[in-house]
Structure formats: structure tokens, C-alpha cells
Design a protein around this ligand. Structure first.
Ligand SMILES: [Zn+2]
Length: 188
């Protein structure tokens, strides 16, 4: 369901008042409208459809060596504070007959990142979908991200990066495979 932009605008206008602002002053006149459109964009992952995102971009691949896609940009919002977190996602998998088109992995990351998230859950959702959709023998996903809710408020840890990983199939069962993944993404 598409968000009701007019309603969000009204809520943002009320929020501005509660924060001590005057929504009628020149600089803020169009802010509720902009915020509404921006929030709709930043949460459009709720309205993405997996089948459309993947769009049959699976290709036959007979080798079974590890496929790695590094440094996919991630922009998401933490569900606790509705503040951005952002960083990079690395995905590795061992195909079992099929591989993804590379751009599809990036779209997949976006589909799950463009909603209110926890970094841990985002990491897991990506790994599960790659595992299931590509029918991989194993998947490893690692996300390194910085959270504005930590950097701008609270503990104000400006330089801390949160690292999460999710491993499935042979990445979970075989230490050597997991180590290969970590070394290929530069973490060992
Ligand atoms: Zn947060």
C-alpha cells in the first residue's frame, strides 16, 4: 500500500510545532512535503516485490567456485531511532547450477535496506533470500555500517563501525569456506 503523503505532511507539520518550530516560516514551508516524499522513498522496500526485483535474472553456471560481490552500498534507517545507518555489504555464495546477475544483488540489498531495519536482521534477510532464490550451496553476507543514532546522540562514538555477518549452508558448516569468504572480503 502506498503511504498517504498528505497525512504524513500533516504529521510532520505537527512534529515541527512540538519541536518548537514555526512551520509557517519560509524555510519550513515545503518541509513537510519534502519529508513525506523522502520517507516514502526511504521505505519503498516495503512495497518492493521480490519476484519483480529478481526478475528471473538467474543464469546457468556450471562451476561451483565462490562468487563474491564486494562493497555494495547500503543506506538504511534504524528502527529504534529512525535515523540512518550506512555502509557496505559484501555477499559471497557458492552456486549450485545458478548465479544471480550482479546488479540484482545490489537491488536485493536495497529492497531490504529501504525500510526500518536492524542491521542484524538486514544481514540475515539478504543471506536467506540469496540462499533460497539462487539455490546456493552456501551464503555469507557481511555488513559494515555506521549508525547516526550512535554518532550524533547517546554515546557519540564517531568512528565506531558495526559489523554483522550471516552464514548459511556450507559457509556455516565448513570453516575453510567461511575463512575463504572472510579473506576475500578482506576481513582476515
Ligand atoms: Zn538506532
Amino acid at each position: 500500500m502506498e503511504p498517504n503523503l498528505a497525512k504524513i505532511e500533516t504529521l510532520v507539520r505537527q512534529l515541527l510545532v512540538e519541536l518548537g518550530e514555526d512551520p509557517a516560516r519560509e524555510g519550513l514551508l515545503k518541509t513537510p512535503e519534502r519529508v513525506a516524499r523522502s520517507l516514502a522513498f526511504l521505505t519503498r522496500g516495503y512495497r518492493d516485490d521480490l519476484a519483480t526485483v529478481i526478475n528471473q535474472a538467474l543464469f546457468t553456471q556450471t562451476t561451483s567456485s565462490m562468487v563474491i560481490v564486494k562493497d555494495i552500498e547500503v543506506y538504511s534507517m534504524c528502527e529504534h531511532h529512525m535515523l540512518p545507518f550506512f555502509g557496505r555489504c559484501h555477499i559471497g555464495y557458492i552456486p549450485d547450477g545458478k548465479v544471480f546477475g550482479v546488479s540484482k544483488l545490489a537491488r536485493l540489498v536495497d529492497m531490504f535496506a529501504r525500510r526500518l531495519q536492524l542491521q542484524e536482521r538486514l544481514t540475515e534477510q539478504i543471506s536467506r533470500v540469496v540462499m533460497e532464490e539462487v539455490g546456493a550451496r552456501g551464503v555469507g553476507v557481511m555488513i559494515e555500517a555506521r549508525h547516526l543514532c550512535m554518532m550524533m546522540r547517546g554515546v557519540e562514538k564517531q568512528n565506531s563501525t558495526m559489523v554483522t555477518s550471516s552464514v548459511l549452508g556450507v559457509f556455516r558448516d565448513q570453516l575453510a569456506t567461511r575463512e575463504e569468504f572472510l579473506s576475500l572480503v578482506g576481513k582476515r
